[in-house]
Write a protein that binds this ligand. Structure first.
Ligand SMILES: C[S@@+](CC[C@H](N)C(=O)[O-])C[C@H]1O[C@@H](n2cnc3c(N)ncnc32)[C@H](O)[C@@H]1O
Length: 362
């Protein structure tokens, strides 16, 4: 089965490593924010339930380059793609179209033509699917990028995998959990290490680190679209797995200067069932000594004044300098303000913002 997994633009290499670890196959970067690979059907439940860097897992039905692509091509490619095997009797369908480049048609038109082709293919197979754009059973995704046409079935569902259930309190500058986990992975955090986020906000980094080192699923209890797709009718039920206690020598801590945010962080940590695992305390990152092996942090980007930001980055750099931390991974849009010897930078797009993940090995 050909699969396409979406992730954070710039962090495709982290997603490739994770796919290799979870299902043992090599993925290639297909385009910005997407990797592609061949795997058997069992990879779909495993990746949906276990992956921490992925947003969606799509089963690819068509991936073609069509010079001068027109709407008729999208219809023909869909009509002959075997879509009827993905829709059970009585199920409803929807097509979510995406279009990039110069074309003589719009994305809603792609959605309509591909939708018509899905309905026609199912009718030819003796089924009568309904179209339900609000709450469909089966979501097809159609991408037209310049001359490339890609048709896929969404095995994840409308709710992206980055939406974690522990986020009961939202920060005003929340970090995507998939980026937080990718930073934890870049830091090489593993059992026996101590990890600190000195500006933890709502505790996304410590929460992701703890769930991973405990081998717990990132979104326990959620459902996925693959559960109602015919090709996955025989998949095994989820194995909750995971541990309650950190392995010996492991510790995960978040610190935050703002008392309200400390309360939010603790609420999220409790919602993740990590109260006895992650410690959250109020502390000023410019002054508090660092006693952790790995520092992983999403630094404030803007501040009350630029002077405050300069002081924060300078003083935190000093605290890191004085510490025994072996690795520092920091996300920022102002890397030049950090007074650290940087080994590697990774450009990451966050919405419309171009940010940098800075990696320091000491
Ligand atoms: C970009 S936010 C972190 C968001 C977090 N990753 C999340 O997902 O919720 C940066 C945080 O740093 C905190 N902060 C700013 N100055 C600080 C300082 N001197 N010490 C500790 N925390 C600080 C801010 O209150 C803010 O919550």
């Amino acid at each position: 089965m050909r699969l396409l997994a979406t992730t954070n633009p710039g962090l495709e290499f982290v997603a490739r490593d994770e796919v290799r670890d979870l299902v043992g196959v090599d993925a290639e970067r297909r385009y910005r924010g997407a990797i592609a690979f061949d795997a058997d059907a069992s990879a779909v439940p495993r990746l949906n339930r276990r992956a921490r860097s992925l947003h969606r897992v799509l089963a690819v039905l068509r991936d073609r380059t069509v010079p001068d692509v027109g709407l008729d091509d999208t219809y023909d490619l869909t009509r002959s793609a075997g879509v009827e095997e993905w829709v059970a009797p009585e199920q409803s369908i929807a097509v979510r179209p995406t279009r990039h480049g110069e074309h003589a048609f719009t994305s809603p038109e792609v959605g309509e033509r591909v939708g018509q082709a899905v309905v026609d293919a199912c009718r030819a197979a003796g089924e009568r699917p309904t179209v339900d754009l609000d709450d469909p059973d089966v979501v097809f995704r159609a991408f037209v990028r310049d001359e490339d046409v890609l048709l896929a079935v969404d095995t994840t569902g409308e709710r992206s995998l980055h939406r974690r259930p522990y986020r009961v309190r939202e920060h005003d500058a929340p970090l995507r959990p998939t980026i937080a986990w990718s930073m934890v992975a870049l830091a090489g955090f593993e059992a026996g290490d101590t990890l600190l986020d000195p500006t933890c906000g709502s505790a996304t980094v410590p929460t992701e680190a703890a769930l991973d080192v405990l081998d717990r699923p990132p979104s326990p209890g959620r459902s996925y679209d693959f559960e109602r797709l015919p090709p996955f009718a025989d998949v095994t039920p989820p194995d909750p797995g995971g541990r309650d206690r950190l392995p010996p020598g492991t510790a995960v801590e978040g610190r935050e200067v703002d008392a309200d945010r400390v309360a939010d962080a603790r609420a999220n940590v409790a919602a993740a069932d990590l109260e006895d695992v992650v410690s959250v305390r109020r502390a000023d990152a410019t002054r508090a000594a660092i006693g952790a092996d790995r520092v992983v942090t999403n630094l404030p980007f803007g501040h009350r004044t630029d002077g405050d930001l300069v002081g924060l980055y300078r003083d935190l750099s000093r605290r890191i300098d004085e510490s025994d931390a072996s690795t520092v991974v920091a996300l920022t849009v102002r890397p030049e303000l950090l007074d650290l010897s940087v080994d590697r930078t990774v450009d990451v797009r966050i919405g419309r913002l171009e940010a940098t993940v800075v990696v320091v090995e000491r």
